[in-house]
Design a protein around this ligand. Structure first.
Ligand SMILES: *[C@@H]1O[C@H](CO)[C@@H](O)[C@H](O)[C@H]1NC(C)=O
Ligand SMILES: *[C@@H]1O[C@H](CO)[C@@H](O)[C@H](O)[C@H]1NC(C)=O
Ligand SMILES: *[C@@H]1O[C@H](CO)[C@@H](O)[C@H](O)[C@H]1NC(C)=O
Length: 485
């Protein structure tokens, strides 16, 4: 008996680690992701205006792990051709990149004038992608809002909204004929909570105001696209939402509720209004029972009608998981974290990485896809970010392992759970300026030599792996496929 039990546990673990031998469906699309500030450099060249990330990295260098900035980054502003060669080598169906708002509109507003050099940069990129038969997925704002957004505290007012809509209209007019997928903004939850944190005067309130305005901007842009551009341009529009997977740490009612609350505060915060027209009840209740219950803004009836049902597909950025327990002291403070009211721990079986928020927990991918399908109906889901971090190596077998196991979890969601996952993009095409981690956290399939003025790109082993997966549309027998160029 004893032997049999041990054997069956062994078998369970083996099964859990098995890589799916299914093929990705014929219309499933693969890509790689980047963002403007994190790769372009040329922060003050050719007429570009100052963005929030220029200001943050120059003014608060101590908030960045290695005190670095994106002044030069990967110098992609001068390296379109090299970047496109890498995309062609990988064989991606699409490239997800972002526009720098302040490169196109240096002051942020149309009245401040359009910077033609900036327009030409993106226009050339789109032409070259088209020539290479690579679809464009374009994020309008990937954290780098124009500096006025900060200096005039626009995140607290609706002054921002018209500016954002004007910028979107300009982008649709200039580029929309060559863009298949639009994302209005990257990770509004992460942006409101983390990237903006330095600039808040009242964090427990400003965090909600920022997201509230972003939700309204997104909806206005969605309706603009429908009214003026969709018929002619035929693209799809969404917003890239981030969430980890939160697994209840026990079977207790409190822990199960804590995990659901965490998902609602991270994903539902934005998804619920844009799909159902209002914040999740769980979130409203949690804030209402805090010592400062009126911090979550309220949508009017008209606003609810305007914001609901404004995504063509769900765009998901997912990296990691946490075990979740209820925080018994959650109602003592008016901070976002106390509003969520959870304590996070790690499953010891999850491999850790150099970043404290990223663990290798591939089953979380399948679980989060199931949760999204259950909570928001079976809308198509496109995974717009997922990736692995290391400190600098070309032999990145841990990344290959991460990609292979997470992609296997995607296949399980497709074939076992029947979830409508339509595509996958890894973060990132190449090492880049990783926000508060600077250059110390490397997510690239390609290594970038940041000490060299030429910023040479060198393929890591994962380039060969990802290329083989895209070619074979299959995850098995693709390891040890190192392919340095
Ligand atoms: C641009 O910024 C760099 C620092 O990154 C500085 O050395 C250079 O003088 C600036 N150029 C212009 C034209 O302002
Ligand atoms: C996915 O969502 C659809 C529509 O709500 C539902 O019918 C189906 O059962 C869901 N699938 C899973 C695995 O939750
Ligand atoms: C990076 O560039 C520097 C300077 O050109 C060079 O000395 C170094 O060997 C390069 N590193 C790699 C990994 O190629």
């Amino acid at each position: 008996m004893r032997v049999a039990v041990v054997f069956s546990i062994f078998l369970t673990i083996r099964v859990a680690n098995t890589i799916s031998d299914k093929f990705f469906p014929p219309d499933f699309v693969f890509g790689v992701s980047t963002s403007a500030y994190q790769i372009e450099g040329a922060w003050n060249l050719s007429g570009k205006g100052e963005s929030m990330l220029d200001y943050l990295s120059h003014t608060y260098p101590n908030s960045i792990t290695d005190r670095s900035n994106g002044d030069i980054a990967c110098d992609s502003y001068h390296k379109i051709d090299e970047d496109i060669e890498m995309l062609k080598h990988l064989g991606v169906n699409f490239y997800r990149f972002s526009l720098s708002w302040s490169r196109i509109l240096p002051t942020g507003s149309i009245e401040g004038g359009v910077n033609l050099a900036g327009v030409k940069y993106y226009s050339d990129m789109l032409d070259k992608l088209k020539a290479a038969k690579i679809d464009a997925m374009v994020t309008l704002v990937h954290f780098d809002v124009p500096i006025g957004f900060i200096k005039e505290k626009m995140f607290r007012t609706e002054k921002l909204n018209q500016m954002f809509v004007d910028y979107a209209r300009l982008a649709f007019n200039l580029f929309g004929d060559r863009v298949k997928y639009w994302l209005t903004i990257n990770e509004p939850a992460g942006f409101s909570k983390d990237e903006m944190r330095t600039f808040y005067t009242d964090r427990g309130r400003d965090v909600y105001l920022t997201a509230h305005n972003i939700i309204k901007c997104h909806a206005a842009i969605y309706h603009l696209y429908n009214k003026e551009f969709r018929e002619q341009q035929g693209g799809k529009l969404s917003i890239a939402l981030n969430t980890d997977w939160y697994e209840p740490a026990s079977d207790s009612k409190e822990d199960i509720e804590a995990a659901e609350r965490a998902l609602m505060f991270e994903f539902g915060w934005i998804a619920h209004p844009l799909i159902y027209g209002d914040y999740p009840e769980i979130m409203k209740k949690a804030i209402a029972s805090s010592p400062s219950p009126l911090r979550l803004p309220v949508f009017t009836y008209e606003e609810k009608e305007t914001i609901k049902d404004t995504v063509d597909f769900i765009a998901l950025n997912h990296y990691s998981s946490f075990l979740t327990t209820n925080d018994p002291n959650k109602d003592v403070d008016r901070t976002f974290d106390k509003d969520i009211g959870i304590l996070k721990t790690l499953d010891p079986s999850w491999e850790t990485t150099i970043l404290d928020w990223l663990h290798v927990a591939p089953s979380g991918m399948r679980k989060v896809l199931n949760w999204i399908n259950k909570t928001y109906g079976n809308k198509p889901i496109l995974i717009t970010e997922n990736g692995y971090v290391e400190g600098g190596t070309l032999k990145d077998d841990r990344r290959i392992n991460y990609l292979q196991t997470y992609l296997s979890s995607v296949l399980d969601a497709i074939y076992i759970d029947n979830i409508n996952v339509i595509g996958y993009s890894t973060w990132s095409l190449m090492d880049n300026w990783e926000l508060y981690s600077g250059y110390s956290a490397k997510f690239g399939l390609y290594y970038v030599n940041f000490t060299s003025p030429n910023r040479e790109r060198i393929a890591k082993d994962s380039v060969g792996f990802y290329k083989n997966v895209l070619e074979s549309r299959h995850l098995v027998n693709n390891r040890n496929a190192g392919n340095h160029v």
